[in-house]
Design a protein. Structure first.
Length: 154
């Protein structure tokens, strides 16, 4: 059984963000499968790296949309993103420094609660501002290729 089952209440009404969130849910579920299925440290670390990389791209896309929409709580929202990024980066470093270390349920619990709480709280708050705001192909590529670089433009 999946750790997180997608629910309609997770939709924020911005298609690209909803798609990102569905993929993040899937990656957390894949990480759970790797951890609980005893697939080994290498598989766990690989899934965690994909999850982390995709999270960076998602945050970059979301932050660009908030900027384009003039979302007034953007800076506070970005701080939440940075806090998660810092916490997960510390874990990734720990896994890299100790390759024999296996991940456990506490990480899964943390990721599950952070994602669902963040979607249902902070992300829901920006939804009305982002209606109709879109990203062009270049902006999508920027988020994927260089997620930690500030977006171009004003």
């Amino acid at each position: 059984m999946a750790r997180i089952t997608w629910q309609e209440s997770f939709n924020v009404g911005v298609e690209v963000i909803d798609c990102d969130h569905r993929l993040l849910v899937s990656l957390i579920n894949q990480l759970e499968d790797a951890i609980l299925g005893g697939q080994g440290c290498d598989v766990e670390a690989a899934v965690l790296r994909v999850l982390v990389d995709y999270t960076h791209s998602h945050f970059a896309r979301e932050e660009l949309l908030m900027r384009k929409a003039g979302y007034p709580q953007r800076e506070a929202h970005i701080k939440e993103h940075r806090a998660l990024t810092d916490q997960v980066a510390a874990l990734v470093k720990k896994v890299a420094d100790q390759p024999e270390m296996t991940l456990d349920r506490s990480l899964l619990d943390f990721l599950q609660h952070w994602l669902t709480d963040h979607i249902l709280g902070a992300d829901r708050a920006y939804a009305p501002y982002l209606q109709g705001v879109t990203l062009n192909a270049e902006e999508h590529l920027d988020a994927v290729e260089q997620p930690n670089r500030p977006p171009r433009g004003p």
